[in-house]
Structure formats: structure tokens, C-alpha cells
Design a protein around this ligand. Structure first.
Ligand code: CTP
Ligand code: MG
Length: 241
């Protein structure tokens, strides 16, 4: 039984600029190891919630607790090592492929880097690069395709031992075939971690422990896939298109 990775949002209200509320009175409890999915239309506030869990921004009202501790009282370094993420926009730096993956856990061995790349289905394309794992990436990985950059970010998350994982459209840029292929790797990535997943493709959220439907910054429905389908509301509409 896991003891780390509980995330609680209590009455969280937030706006990027004064006077424009983006999230209103959000309550979410993720128990250690649970998979929580956020769905809802563009601009609903899904990415914003994960920005707040990461403390990229300060909330206006309410509180966010990780393992019972208010994130305001957690040092940024400690927060970073507790949360792994694969985001909509990829983040790579000019350094080798190996360094970019190892950034997920600086004491990882070369073998562990390869293992993580395999989980992310990145190993074979890396081996085809001019210098393999020692290939230097141009600024933000400009010499890779968008999908390849995403796979490197997945490898970086795979090597991390963080108990909390955020996947924001983590496979949105890889083709359907690779996405199918990577499914097992993603399951491995989520294993034993509290995962927040955002995906437009609802097939990837249907097995979540809890699906939260957002609209204009408010939670309008929540439950399991089956419960929400039975409800016949917004999720049902999204799902049946
Ligand atoms: N927003 C903002 N300033 C930012 C980021 C977002 O004002 N720096 C606003 C957006 O315009 C939007 C709202 O915050 O109205 C929620 O944005 P976001 O959480 O990014 O929406 P998502 O649900 O993640 O939308 P998508 O599916 O398009 O990623
Ligand atoms: Mg988003």
C-alpha cells in the first residue's frame, strides 16, 4: 500500500489576472496511486489545475496539500522531485539525449537511461540518431520531430521516481500507431504513482479511478467512466460526440 502521493485541492479559486476567475472553488482528492482524469473543452481550466499543483502560480483562495502539507510550505526543489510531468509543450535543453533523459533523476545510470527510453518507445529512434544517446540536441530539441520530443519527455518522466505524475496531452503529437505501441509503457509509467491525466482522446481516460469534468473553470460532473455515461450529461455528450 502506497503512503506517498496524496494530493488534495480544497476550495481552490484562481485567476491569472485580477478580476478574471479561471478556476472556481475546485475540490479534488487524489489518494496515493490513483489515476485522476480531467476532461472538458478547450479553455476549461485543465492545464491550469496542473499548473497550480506544480505551484507555477499562487492560488487566490483555498489550499493545495501534498501528503498533508500545504505546498506553500514545500521547498521548490522538493516539489520538483515529487512531481514528474509530460506536458502539452515539450521541454528539452541543449545537451545530449542522455542528459535530457537523466534530467528526470540525476543519479540514474546509463542502463537506467536506456531502460527509460525503452519504456517510452524512444530507444529505436535514439539509436538511429548520428551519435545515439550522445547526440546533442539543438535548443529545445529543434532537430527532432514533435513526437520524438514528446517521447523523450516521457522517458524523462519514466526515469524519475516521483510519486506524482502529470500527463497533459502527453502523447498528443505521436502518431496513432506509436500511441498504441506506447500504451504499455504509459501503464508502467503510472504504476505506483498518483497520476493526473489530461487527454482529448477519451479512450485514454476511461480507466481512471475518477474522471472530473470541467467547464468554464468549474467541476460540473465527476465519477467513473461508467457512472458518467449512466448520468447522460456532459461527459456522455463528449464521449458519444
Ligand atoms: N489562461 C490565461 N493565462 C494563461 C493561461 C491560460 O488567462 N497564462 C486562460 C485561458 O485563456 C483559458 C483559461 O485560462 O480561458 C484556462 O486555460 P487552460 O487551463 O490552459 O485550459 P485547458 O482546459 O487546458 O484547455 P486546452 O484543452 O486547450 O489545453
Ligand atoms: Mg491544456
Amino acid at each position: 500500500r502506497l503512503i506517498k502521493g496524496e494530493v488534495v485541492l480544497k476550495n481552490v479559486t484562481f485567476g491569472y489576472v485580477p478580476g478574471k476567475v479561471v478556476l472556481k472553488n475546485i475540490n479534488v482528492t487524489a489518494k496515493p496511486g490513483q489515476k485522476i482524469a480531467f476532461v472538458g473543452s478547450t479553455g476549461a481550466g485543465k492545464t491550469t489545475i496542473t499548473n497550480l499543483i506544480n505551484r507555477f502560480y499562487e492560488i487566490d483562495e483555498g489550499e493545495i496539500l501534498i501528503d498533508g502539507i500545504n505546498i506553500k510550505n514545500i521547498k521548490k526543489d522538493s516539489l520538483r522531485s515529487n512531481i514528474a510531468m509530460v506536458l502539452q509543450d515539450t521541454h528539452l535543453f541543449s545537451g545530449t539525449v542522455r542528459e535530457n533523459i537523466r534530467y528526470g533523476r540525476l543519479d540514474a545510470t546509463d542502463e537506467e537511461v536506456i531502460e527509460a527510453a525503452k519504456i517510452a518507445c524512444a530507444h529505436s529512434f535514439i539509436e538511429r540518431l548520428p551519435q545515439g544517446y550522445d547526440t546533442v540536441l539543438e535548443g529545445d530539441g529543434a532537430n527532432l520531430s514533435q513526437g520524438e520530443r514528446q517521447l523523450l519527455n516521457i522517458a524523462r518522466a519514466a526515469i524519475s521516481k516521483a510519486p506524482i505524475l502529470i500527463l497533459d496531452e502527453a502523447t498528443s503529437s505521436v502518431d496513432t500507431r506509436t500511441e498504441k505501441y506506447i500504451e504499455r509503457g504509459m501503464d508502467q509509467l503510472m504504476k505506483n504513482r498518483t497520476t493526473f491525466v489530461i487527454a482529448h482522446r477519451l479512450s485514454t481516460v476511461r480507466n481512471a479511478d475518477l474522471i472530473i469534468v470541467l467547464e468554464h473553470g468549474e467541476i460540473i460532473e465527476q465519477g467513473t467512466h461508467e457512472e458518467l455515461l449512466a448520468l447522460g450529461g456532459r461527459y456522455y455528450q463528449l464521449y458519444t460526440g
